[in-house]
Design a protein around this ligand. Structure first.
Ligand code: NAP
Length: 314
């Protein structure tokens, strides 16, 4: 078990949902003597200063990373190369540089060649999030009991890996190490494909002409509502995920389309046994996720139900 590390200076680049959640947790736990943060957006920097997300809000990426011993880029995957280029000449030798992107192969390829060999570059992906964005969306508890996947390049310094592992464990996360390629394949099934399906279903329902928009919204609790939460996720982030994890997503999409064809055939043929067997298998998967503590056991995601309407007394 890695010990809780301490950093003289942590720098965060990007103060959206993930960056601002890390900032809040680092400050609450006291993981750094000084927390410096920045964002490309002046409005976000102003808001971060107003709500005191960090000890210092820097105006530029270069200024933020000076003398930092841990730097984390919390920006969309498509912005990682630009961030690496902007910080490379200003990094302290021996610093750990990481990110939080939802795709790992593309981040590794984009950032690694631009960073100096004197730093330890360890890409990371905290598998935790919500459909909200921006500095007000974050909260310190976001990573508790969630997984953070580290995808270090070969030959990484063991002490740096241990220190970053300790950092994420201090934030409450469980840490797993794997290759970037394997990460991208696993996440294509567990995250990228479900998001694509949600984006599709919500778009399809929106376009149906013989069901009005008001009916779709009114009767959404039939299942549609749960897809809308996922389909409300940040458009920039998800555009970048599909552009940068193209091969793995297309592979999983192929498998999905085959399974969809099987179910379509079962419905067309009235094959109740095939449908029942399939639904029994999927129900067990949901139970497995609950058993692993990755989801509440409460029905309907634990949504509260209001009281019964009062009956007028006669
Ligand atoms: P977000 O709320 O949209 O925040 C991203 C922030 O980064 C924005 O304020 C953005 O500013 C800023 N930014 C963009 N380019 C920049 C640059 N070159 N230099 C400095 N700042 C820059 O996004 P998020 O949800 O925190 O996601 C951040 C990363 O975490 C993504 O790579 C995503 O894949 C990953 N992730 C997200 C989730 C999730 O559920 N949201 C979960 C796990 C991992 P502008 O608005 O001005 O562009």
């Amino acid at each position: 078990m890695s010990e809780r590390p301490h950093f003289a200076r942590v720098a965060l680049i990007g103060l959206g949902l993930i960056g601002s959640s890390i900032a809040r947790a680092v400050k609450q736990i006291g993981l750094a003597d000084e927390l410096v943060a920045t964002d490309a957006s002046a409005a976000v920097r102003d808001r971060a200063a107003e709500i005191r997300l960090a000890d210092r809000i820097a105006a530029t990426n270069a200024d933020a990373v000076r003398d930092a011993d841990l730097v984390i880029a919390c920006v969309p995957v498509g912005a990682c190369a630009e961030v690496a280029a902007s910080i490379a000449p200003h990094l302290k030798a021996g610093a750990i540089v990481s990110d939080v992107g939802s795709v790992k192969g593309a981040v590794l390829r984009a950032m690694c060649p631009l960073l100096p060999p004197s730093v330890h570059f360890i890409p990371a992906h905290p598998v935790a999030g919500t459909e909200n964005s921006g500095p007000d969306a974050g909260f310190a508890e976001l990573f508790i009991n969630r997984w953070c996947i580290l995808t270090p390049p070969e030959g990484i310094d063991a002490a740096a890996l241990e220190k970053l592992t300790g950092f994420w464990r201090a934030l409450g996360a469980n840490v797993e190490v794997m290759s970037a390629e394997h990460h991208d394949l696993v996440l294509a099934v567990t995250s990228h494909l479900p998001h694509l399906i949600a984006y599709t279903i919500v778009g399809t329902a929106d376009e149906l002409e013989d069901v009005t928009r008001s009916e779709v919204l009114k009767f959404s609790a039939g299942g549609f509502r749960d897809f809308t939460r996922i389909a409300a996720s940040d458009p920039t982030m998800w555009r970048d995920v599909f552009l940068t994890n193209k091969d793995a997503v297309l592979e999983m999409l192929g498998a999905f389309q085959e399974d969809l064809s099987k179910l379509t055939r079962a419905i067309r043929r009235g094959d109740g046994e095939a449908l029942f067997d399939h639904f029994t298998r999927t129900r067990a998967i949901r139970r497995g996720i609950v058993d692993l503590g990755q989801e509440t056991a409460s029905a309907d995601f634990g949504r509260p139900h209001g009281p019964l309407p009062k009956t007028p007394s006669s």
